[in-house]
Design a protein around this ligand. Structure first.
Ligand code: ZN
Length: 310
């Protein structure tokens, strides 16, 4: 990706020097937890998926849709579960220089998302509110609770911020087998996709509804939310490609990343078998397909994961 020399966003909050302890962990696991997949949530209601889809449809006016008021609640993570431990040595392993380049890269990709989404919102008569991106090292407190490197990147709808641990890209490459700058860009674009969902009302609606859902229904709905974020990342990728800054192999890097972090691939790798009922981000094939749907069309209307088979 030809990212160097392009505009860098001012919306980076560099919290890396504060990492490594000392933060009181009082918020962990509270309401508004940042993970889309919350296990063991009580609540029996069990609205049928059909009804929920119909209700969610009204949150989708952006793909034809009115933005609903933004409520608080949980957010979106890139990866399911807490199975992604980062070894200690990874954290101080990067040199200051590498970190600096990493920061410049992240700030550039964030700026690219700002430009694209500002334009897309304008085209729909809306105003895009730019999210902040917090770089952290070790652990961090967000409005959605306390998080550590093991959480993976996530978006917190409560404070409209994307959280990214500086060691994650190393992990993505080494542990998940997804390397390349456009793979990293996909990760950022996916989290920004959750921010778009927050602004359009999809995320607040989901967080509200899942409290009354069975875990199985919530997982199903979570997948649709996640796959839409992948599709939005694809839409962003399309606009980025049109600027002529993608290189040979970039698209493949993103598609490979989508594959490597699919629920089935991750479960096979982590536990040796898959439990489809527990999927909450989508399979490798689904994640690739929805990223590609957004990338191929460049249209939000191709990202309606709520009214189409996924
Ligand atoms: Zn996500």
């Amino acid at each position: 990706m030809l990212w160097k020399g392009r505009r860098q966003s001012d919306n980076i909050e560099d919290n890396r020097s504060n990492g490594g302890g000392g933060l009181p962990g009082g918020l962990g696991g509270g309401p508004g937890q940042f993970r889309i997949p919350i296990g063991g949530r009580a609540g029996g209601g069990g609205l049928s998926t059909i009804i929920i889809l119909v209700v969610l449809y009204f949150g989708l006016k952006f793909l034809g849709i009115d933005p609903i008021q933004v409520l608080g609640g949980g957010g979106g993570s890139l990866l399911p579960g807490d199975n992604s431990q980062i070894s200690q040595s990874d954290q101080p392993g990067q040199s200051a220089q590498a970190n600096d380049e990493m920061k410049q890269f992240v700030a550039t990709i964030l700026a690219e998302t700002e430009d694209v989404w500002t334009g897309v919102f304008q085209a729909n008569g809306l105003t895009y509110e730019q999210p902040k991106l917090v770089l952290f090292s070790g652990q961090i407190r967000s409005a959605c609770g306390f998080a550590s490197s093991a959480s993976g990147p996530f978006y917190c709808p409560g404070d409209h911020k994307v959280y990214l641990d500086t060691a994650f890209f190393d992990q993505l490459s080494r542990q998940f087998g997804a390397s390349g700058d456009f793979a990293e860009a996909y990760v950022i674009a996916h989290e920004v996709g959750h921010h778009v969902q927050n602004l359009t009302g999809v995320l607040p609606k989901f967080n509200q509804m899942r409290q009354r859902m069975s875990e199985a229904d919530a997982n199903q709905m979570s997948m649709r939310v996640e796959l839409q974020a992948d599709c939005f990342a694809g839409v962003w990728g399309r606009f980025t490609a049109q600027k002529g800054i993608l290189e040979q192999g970039d698209l493949e890097e993103a598609l490979n990343a989508a594959k490597q972090i699919g629920d089935d691939t991750l479960q096979k790798k982590m536990q040796g078998y898959v439990v489809p009922e527990s999927f909450n981000h989508g399979t490798s094939a689904q994640r690739q397909r929805w990223f590609k749907a957004g990338f191929d069309s460049g249209k939000l209307s191709s990202c309606d994961t709520f009214n189409n088979p996924i």
